[in-house]
Design a binder for this molecule. Structure first.
Ligand SMILES: *[C@@H]1O[C@H](CO)[C@@H](O)[C@H](O)[C@H]1NC(C)=O
Ligand SMILES: *[C@@H]1O[C@H](CO)[C@@H](O)[C@H](O)[C@H]1NC(C)=O
Ligand SMILES: *[C@@H]1O[C@H](CO)[C@@H](O)[C@H](O)[C@H]1NC(C)=O
Length: 637
């Protein structure tokens, strides 16, 4: 076409679009790498890597190697490394190697069990030929030898390592709980889908079922917990103890994938990232790198407070607009570390995070392209990222609940004095999930409808403010806020009649949320739930958290629905709060009605925290594109 007199603008646009589309198509090709024959019998063929994705415990080109056989009671037992129920010493050794960098050590363990297995009682069958894995022989008192723990470096199974006879058969946990051979439980717990166990206070042993099974003999299949991310595996597979075994043609976490891509020119790293659309690629990691909690063996369960990232995962897997299977067009990369399953809420996140990031760095080219700046992961422990080393702080985008940014913090194990825990241009503070049974946000939507109908006025709120909870001492807990409020109220004489301060649990907590004008939202030892609870119950949050960024604070107008005070304002807080007029309070409540959805994850309760999180990620992406934050942050001295 000859546009010598100038092309019309629409044509230029069209040509640019076509050229863009062509080069995108030319730059990458679909690929379908074949896996070893037999892979799909037990696993899923990952077309991108050509490697078989195996269920927990299995390895090899076709998942034919059972790395956890020493931990299973039967072939039907998903196995576990938990310590509630003592296992064969060989099992604990295998687990220790798995969780502690391939060695029998108790340091740098990616899983918190690495600390517990080190000292766990275990047993060895006297006749190894008749023993299967960790199945207790029926007469185990005479057929097994029990040890205090597996032999460590330079140690051997010796009589000095043997367990005193009165401890044989007891759980590793304190309290006299006991294990029994499968034969003593109903239907042998469906051939080992659970273990036969007696908590001290029970009259008789019962089946403790593995995740994925339920019922008195574990005969009921129940995947709601085992495959929480997609109990039906997207309708494209079957859940097997936390692993989705997909129909052929599907692979990945929750069977969410069908397609894979490779560069058209081998060795090149095509860049077909759209500038205007959020596209997120999620890495699918093998089980020995990151796997959801697969067993039910006394290890910490899932905790409703720490499930926000589970909701992100659930919604992301079904998000066809944002999720992409083509990493060359992705402008952000989601690293599913599944940290809570490894370290719970307070243990060290660094070993597991290092393992996962190293794996991602080594096996895909994308991390090194930006030094991880366009990668993100959740770190939702109580103190989020506070204790991670500087390189980890400075690389990826972290999604946390705790936005502490005080400089020169003196808490133990906080290595970075420059900005403590987060950098708000890079990291994203997201709300935690409030799912306490008596405090579900099930009435929140209706409540705000009535608030709007009443133009923000709420005559039910007669208390000025309340606080109920732990107070603590020192200044580390809640930054001293709870202590300061307690001190203030005990100094007031007479105590204001419309203020409620309960040290400890308040049985009418929900009523207090519903009848107070303001609800105090301090933090604790790390992030807290009170901001979310206040918002879900229509109470104006009074945020007293010096130097702590709140969820989405950089793009959510907190001044429209909350009040912020400094610790230094606490001595005057009663007078300050009384200055708010009914009109001002009504306006703040209308602000709550406008924004409360940002603080609720559950879509069944009209939550939109997932969408707000995506919006936050999109802003981080814009920050990267505008070179707002750099990978290497070098200071010139
Ligand atoms: C298992 O069954 C018990 C008893 O019916 C029930 O209370 C419990 O919620 C079930 N567990 C799961 C995970 O569904
Ligand atoms: C990325 O860099 C790391 C550290 O320099 C290196 O070990 C790794 O092999 C690199 N990854 C790729 C895919 O080249
Ligand atoms: C006040 O309480 C009553 C009774 O519980 C309830 O019906 C009403 O909706 C409440 N008002 C507001 C604004 O929530």
């Amino acid at each position: 076409m000859n546009c010598s007199k100038g092309c019309p603008a629409w044509l230029v646009v069209l040509l640019v679009v076509i050229r863009g589309a062509l080069s995108a198509n030319e730059a990458v090709l679909q690929v379908k790498k074949e896996c070893a024959p037999g892979c799909t019998n037990r696993g899923n063929c990952n077309f991108e890597t050509g490697q078989c994705e195996c269920p927990w415990g299995y390895a090899g080109p076709a998942c034919e190697v059972d790395r956890m056989s020493a931990c299973r009671q039967t072939q039907d037992d998903p196995g576990s490394c938990g310590t509630l129920w003592p296992k064969s010493c060989e099992c604990y050794q295998a687990c220790q190697r798995l969780y502690c960098g391939g060695a029998l050590q108790s340091s740098f363990c990616t899983h918190e069990l690495g600390q517990f297995m080190w000292d766990a009682h275990c047993w060895v069958a006297k006749n190894p030929n008749t023993a299967f894995g960790s199945r207790l022989p029926e007469n185990f008192a005479s057929e097994t030898t029990w040890y205090q723990h597996f032999p460590r470096e330079g140690e051997a199974f010796s009589s000095s390592l043997e367990l005193p006879g009165d401890r044989v058969g007891l759980s590793n946990w304190e309290g006299g709980h006991k294990v029994y051979p499968l034969e003593q439980c109903p239907n042998q717990c469906s051939n080992g889908r659970g273990v036969c166990f007696k908590w001290h206070h029970w009259d008789a042993p019962q089946c403790l079922c593995r995740k994925g099974y339920n019922g008195t003999s574990c005969e009921v299949e129940d995947d709601s917990e085992a495959c929480w991310f997609s109990p039906t595996c997207g309708g494209r597979g079957r859940c097997r103890s936390g692993f989705c075994h997909c129909q052929p043609g599907f692979f990945g976490f929750g069977c969410h994938r069908t397609t894979a891509y490779r560069p058209a020119t081998p060795g090149l790293l095509p860049d077909i990232r759209p500038r205007t659309k959020l596209k997120i690629y999620m890495y699918d990691l093998p089980w020995d790198i990151a796997f959801p909690y697969e067993y039910n063996d006394g290890h910490f369960g899932r905790d409703a407070m720490y499930k926000a990232y589970e909701y992100f995962m659930m919604y992301f897997l079904e998000d066809k607009a944002v999720r992409t299977e083509n990493p060359y067009e992705a402008n952000l990369f989601y690293v599913p570390m599944l940290l809570y399953f490894y370290i719970g809420n307070v243990r060290d996140p660094v070993p597991q995070a290092t393992l996962v990031l190293d794996y991602v760095r080594k096996n895909w080219p994308f991390y090194n392209r930006t030094g991880g700046r366009d990668h993100f992961y959740f770190m939702t422990g109580d103190r989020g990222t506070c204790s991670i080393p500087r390189w980890m702080q400075d690389s990826c985008i972290k999604l946390v609940h705790f936005g502490m940014q005080r400089r020169g913090i003196t808490w133990q194990g906080v290595p970075n004095s420059e900005y403590a825990c987060v950098q708000v241009k890079r990291d994203l503070i997201v709300p935690p999930l409030n799912m306490f049974l008596e405090l579900l946000p099930s009435g929140t939507e209706a409540h705000y409808q009535s608030v709007v109908a009443n133009r923000g006025y709420d005559g039910n709120r007669t208390l000025l403010f309340f606080f109920a909870g732990g107070v603590g001492d020192g200044t580390e807990y809640s930054g001293g806020v709870r202590q300061a409020i307690k001190k203030l109220l005990s100094s007031l004489n007479p105590k204001p009649p419309d203020v409620e301060f309960v040290e400890g649990r308040a049985s009418n907590y929900r009523d207090l949320l519903q009848t107070s004008k303001f609800c105090i939202a301090p933090y604790g030892y790390g992030w807290g739930l009170r901001l979310v609870q206040a918002i879900e119950y229509g109470c104006i949050p009074l945020i007293i958290q010096d130097n702590v960024y709140q969820p989405f604070e950089d793009f959510l107008p907190y001044e429209e629905f909350s009040v912020r005070m400094r610790l230094a304002d606490v001595p005057h807080m009663v007078e300050l709060l009384r200055t708010y007029t009914e009109d001002q309070l009504a306006k703040l409540r209308l602000g709550l009605a406008k924004y409360y959805r940002a603080f609720i994850w559950n879509r069944e309760y009209s939550g939109m925290a997932y969408e707000w999180t995506l919006a936050g990620l999109e802003r981080r992406l814009a920050h990267i594109q505008s070179e707002y934050f750099h990978h290497h942050h070098r200071r010139r001295e």
